[in-house]
Design a protein around this ligand. Structure first.
Ligand SMILES: *Cc1c(COP(=O)(O)O)cnc(C)c1O
Length: 366
């Protein structure tokens, strides 16, 4: 952090809640193991502090997306298994080996590249293999699965498959037929392949029940307090608390306006408060006319457009608003899902849009 004590905005990250959410996953899925998905800087919460916190309560397996994320994480959790979802493109192989990262192999070509590396190094290499059961994004498609199953001895030479993996497309909707269809396909695939632990469920999959848990679950957004199935109550505790300081207040009268485009035009004498957070920081412009903050638990609407560095609120009905006071934008009074809905996006994008410029404060760090 900078040398100054003044902060216009802050993101408080409750590591105790991350740990509680991890334990909740264990509870829901036991005896399946729980891995921590910490890609994208742990969804904006900070990969290193989150991984340390989880490691301290016994999380020994992490998933990242990028190779560079795995390289950065490795020294922090020297004993842990780190899976890299991007897989093993040929030019990634040396770094994967060098940093003891386990690729999630997404195609026969990657299986071949990793097997070739094992041969060159005269050793066995661990791997996860991703079977595509309908996402059509990454993973072996049906035709490649058939080849792998028929030729598993040769294709997997030198490889220790430590995880067969697949990923659900529609788990956020517990009613979606696609969930069962993918589950059946995954069972069929596993029956064709040599025995190894299996992993299917991310956060929303965990909420589909134990049929979906297999040997390991891979929660991301739930660890960070997001509600994986927004149609149901959130089983996870709030992690991210985003607040902005009121920098200035003023009265305006009917006939006046506020902000860019002069879009806020009150019909009553109004009190406005402007906070040091804007769209640069992750409060999206789409919040204009739809978003709100909370002052001492009282909701106050966004007044006019969101600026780059500032947001203005109509605090006429919040008598405790004062210069220097805090406004909550995400936290105990405004759920991630609410700001996501008002922003026209998902909780995932809200979390990962929180800018580096917003100082992070960690509560409950081990
Ligand atoms: C991101 C990701 C996860 C975690 O998903 P959440 O919905 O955040 O729990 C799990 N598995 C894969 C393959 C992913 O890409």
């Amino acid at each position: 952090m900078s040398g100054s004590d003044f902060e216009a905005a802050r993101l408080t990250v409750r590591l105790g809640a991350v740990n509680a959410n991890f334990r909740a996953c264990r509870h829901m899925c036991g005896p399946a193991a729980v891995a921590g998905v910490v890609k994208a800087e742990a969804y904006g919460m900070g990969m290193i502090p989150v991984a340390r916190s989880l490691a301290a309560i016994g999380c020994d397996t992490f998933f990242v997306a990028r190779l560079e994320e795995g390289v950065k994480l490795r020294p922090e959790v020297p004993e842990a298994r780190i899976f890299v979802l991007d897989g093993a493109q040929p030019d990634a192989v040396p770094a994967l080996v060098g940093h003891r990262l386990t690729p999630v192999l997404n195609s026969l070509a990657e299986v071949a590249a990793w097997s070739a590396a094992a041969r060159t190094l005269r050793t066995d290499l661990d791997a996860a293999v991703h079977i595509d059961t309908g996402m059509n994004r990454l993973g072996l498609p049906g035709a490649e699965l058939a080849v792998l199953a028929a030729e598993s001895k040769t294709r997997l030479a030198g490889l220790r498959v430590v995880l067969w993996m697949s990923h659900l497309a529609c788990a956020e909707d517990p009613q979606a037929r696609m969930n069962r269809i993918q589950l059946d396909r995954f069972h069929t695939a596993l029956a064709m392949l040599p025995a190894a632990p299996a992993s299917f469920a991310s956060s929303a999959g965990i909420m589909l029940g134990k049929d979906y848990a297999f040997d390991m679950v891979r929660p991301g957004v739930g660890l960070y307090g997001g509600n994986p199935q927004p149609s149901r109550p959130n089983p996870f505790a709030t992690v991210a608390v985003l607040t902005g300081r009121i920098l200035q207040m003023r009265h305006i009268e009917p006939g006046e306006s506020a902000g860019y485009g002069a879009t806020f035009r009150p019909t009553r004498p109004s009190v406005l408060a402007t906070c040091g957070l804007g769209y640069t920081d992750g409060l999206m412009r789409a919040l204009a006319g739809r978003g709100f903050g909370a002052i001492d638990g009282k909701r106050v609407p966004v007044a006019g457009r969101v600026s780059m560095d500032l947001i203005t609120l109509d605090v006429t009905d919040a008598p405790s608003a004062k210069v220097g006071g805090d406004v909550e934008f995400i936290g105990d009074h405004i759920a991630l899902e609410e700001i996501a809905a008002a922003s026209g996006t998902a909780s995932y994008e809200i979390l990962t849009s929180l800018a580096r410029r917003v100082p992070r404060h960690y509560e409950g760090a081990p």
